[in-house]
Ligand binder design. Structure first.
Ligand SMILES: N[C@@H](CCC(=O)N[C@@H](CS)C(=O)NCC(=O)O)C(=O)O
Length: 212
């Protein structure tokens, strides 16, 4: 058994963030597919791992740690792998600020608009419009804050970039045009150039897989 097990579902954006972090840090892990359609995430065995009944969940068998919430999992893996952690406490806290920011209008807007376009959810028209406005407003803010910067925090990639990329990368499935957001597009290309990078469609297996 590998040290880590990631429990998730391949179309899940939050699971993708963790899958991407594991790949970029070249961290061996087992992958457990959670069948959300069959309600596996609300079964007692899964609720014992995550009280919220959601994916992703990361288990660290070596340290007997079991975590939910994608941003917290990235934070944990930054410490355990020593990668994408920021160079000091101040950078780490800035990365955490970005992660909390990402969980707001960006995630709500992009993930919900994507869910609507892919037919996962239905929303009343005015709610769909508000979701799209959330996404566009957050992308505009992100674009402005990226002006003159290569990375969100400091001089290199951190968990902030992985986290926010794991949301922004679903804009294409959400049919949100990134053309007006040139700084966002250039920053996304930088993330895509990182060694080991895989996009949302190719990162996560569609079934459970043991580490090689
Ligand atoms: N804030 C959580 C969100 C996780 C989340 O929304 N997971 C979805 C799949 S993308 C889920 O498990 N949904 C099932 C449910 O909420 O019942 C994170 O970042 O990990």
């Amino acid at each position: 058994m590998a040290r880590y097990t990631l429990h998730g579902m391949w179309p899940s954006g939050p699971t993708y963030k963790v899958g991407l972090m594991l790949r970029l840090t070249n961290t061996p892990h087992d992958y457990e597919h959670v069948d959300l359609r069959a309600g596996a995430h609300k079964a007692d065995a899964f609720l014992a791992k995550n009280r919220y009944g959601q994916v992703p969940v990361l288990e660290d068998h070596e340290k007997d740690v079991c975590l939910s919430q994608s941003s917290v999992i990235l934070d944990y893996l930054a410490d355990e792998t020593g990668q994408f952690a920021g160079k000091d406490r101040s950078e780490r806290l800035s990365a955490r600020e970005w992660q909390f920011w990402g969980a707001g209008p960006l995630a709500v807007g992009v993930y919900r608009t994507r869910a609507l376009k892919l037919g996962f959810f239905k929303f009343p028209e005015e709610v769909a419009a508000a979701n799209l406005q959330s996404a566009l407003g957050a992308l505009k803010e992100l674009d402005g804050l990226l002006a003159g910067r290569n990375w969100l925090v400091g001089g290199g990639a951190t968990i902030a970039d992985i986290d926010i990329y794991g949301i922004a990368s679903y804009c294409s499935q959400a049919q949100i045009d990134l053309q007006p957001f040139g700084n966002v597009r250039k920053w996304m290309a930088r993330v895509e150039d990182l060694a080991g990078f895989k996009g949302p469609q190719e990162c996560l297996p569609q079934a459970s897989v043991k580490a090689a």
